[in-house]
Design a protein around this ligand. Structure first.
Ligand SMILES: Cc1cc2nc3c(=O)[nH]c(=O)nc-3n(C[C@H](O)[C@H](O)[C@H](O)COP(=O)(O)OP(=O)(O)OC[C@H]3O[C@@H](n4cnc5c(N)ncnc54)[C@H](O)[C@@H]3O)c2cc1C
Length: 312
């Protein structure tokens, strides 16, 4: 347990003030117990995976911030895997590929945890998490732990119905039998593609806006003239207009200002309202069930499509 811990060390954007207390639960039971105790003491609780899709406030977070990265138990089966929420998605994809298990080729370059990937229904290169999911074991606000089957959950473009309601502890995934060499080659190509098209050398949270139906947020932002423009230490990447990079000392307020301006400008020029893809944890959202309350532009119905083939 760490007190007054700099949150910028917990996100890929390297942004965020101090957390009152940060704790890395070592087991699922540990996480549930800590959650219960915090509830009893009426302490706000926040949950973070690898922090690769997160904007955290400059003022920091009150209460207890839980980080899932120590929850890494894994059990392989016959074309299945049971894996805890904190396991690295990219590592899981690579290990599945080594076994000749097909289905996570798209995920090799996505830098998040398995729990975060389920919550975001992460996807790229035409693939998403949802079709791989057999069941999800989750912790609910009243302290109960329940396993839900795939058909009890709703998934859409960067959306899972558990979001804001429960925390993912463990997931079971299913794969198709595949050709090891082919799978690994596809992953290699996807990684090369990312290196060429994304500013991976600078801190970011990946794509900041979702792709609207039939179009790409990056194309719209570039066409509106935003490539390379900055506010404070936040800059629209010159390589990929849907990435906002931290040039060194970016604050959350710089990113929010840039997002707000882009949103208004794209709306004005093209009549399209972009939706935020990144989660913004706000200090005011003291109820932990609002972990992903993104008052800017949380994903809503209109542009959800589970089969969206657009890359991030
Ligand atoms: C360079 C780069 C490239 C990226 N490319 C892609 C891409 O191609 N496709 C894509 O979809 N995403 C992409 N992302 C975004 C990100 O990697 C994914 O959204 C990832 O799945 C987030 O996982 P995380 O563990 O980092 O979640 P976090 O950022 O830690 O959290 C995201 C949200 O999920 C919640 N959450 C996290 N873990 C849990 C849990 N166990 N239970 C309940 N809620 C939880 C958090 O509270 C938060 O609201 C990219 C990011 C970067 C930096």
């Amino acid at each position: 347990m760490e007190k007054n811990y700099p949150l910028n060390q917990l996100t890929t954007w390297k942004i965020g003030g101090p957390a009152e207390v940060v704790y890395w639960p070592q087991t699922k039971e540990d996480l549930s117990t800590v959650w219960q105790r915090a509830q009893e003491a009426q302490v706000p609780v926040w949950l973070i995976g690898q922090g690769s899709n997160l904007l955290l406030p400059d003022e920091g977070l009150p209460g207890l911030t839980l980080v899932t990265t120590a929850l890494r138990a894994i059990e392989w089966g016959e074309h299945t895997v049971k894996v805890e929420a904190g396991y690295s998605l990219a590592r899981l994809a690579q290990e599945a590929g080594e076994r000749g298990f097909s289905g996570l080729e798209f995920a090799r370059g996505i830098p998040g945890s398995v729990g975060g990937a389920v919550m975001m229904n992460a996807g790229a290169h035409g693939g998403v998490m949802a079709p791989r999911i057999v069941n999800v074991t989750a912790l609910w606000p009243d302290g109960t732990v329940k396993k839900l089957e795939r058909d009890e959950l709703e998934f859409a473009y960067r959306f899972c119905s558990l979001r804001g309601h429960a925390w993912v502890l463990e997931v079971e995934l299913v794969f198709s039998p595949g050709d090891r060499k082919k799978i690994l080659q596809e992953m290699k190509e996807n990684l090369t593609n990312r290196r060429l098209n994304q500013p991976l050398e600078k801190p970011s949270a990946g794509s900041v806006f979702q792709n609207p139906p039939g179009d790409s947020a990056g194309r719209l932002i570039e066409a509106a003239g935003w490539k390379g423009r900055s506010r404070g230490g936040a800059q629209v990447s010159t390589k990929h207009a849907n990435f906002i990079v931290n040039t060194g000392k970016a604050k959350a307020k710089d990113v929010l200002a840039l997002m707000e301006e882009i949103l208004k400008d794209v709306q004005l020029k093209f009549g399209i309202t972009l939706q935020s893809e990144v989660a913004y944890l706000q200090r005011e959202a003291r109820d932990a069930r609002h972990d992903a309350r993104c008052t800017m532009h949380e994903a809503r119905g209109t542009n959800r499509s589970e089969q969206s083939s657009q890359n991030d």
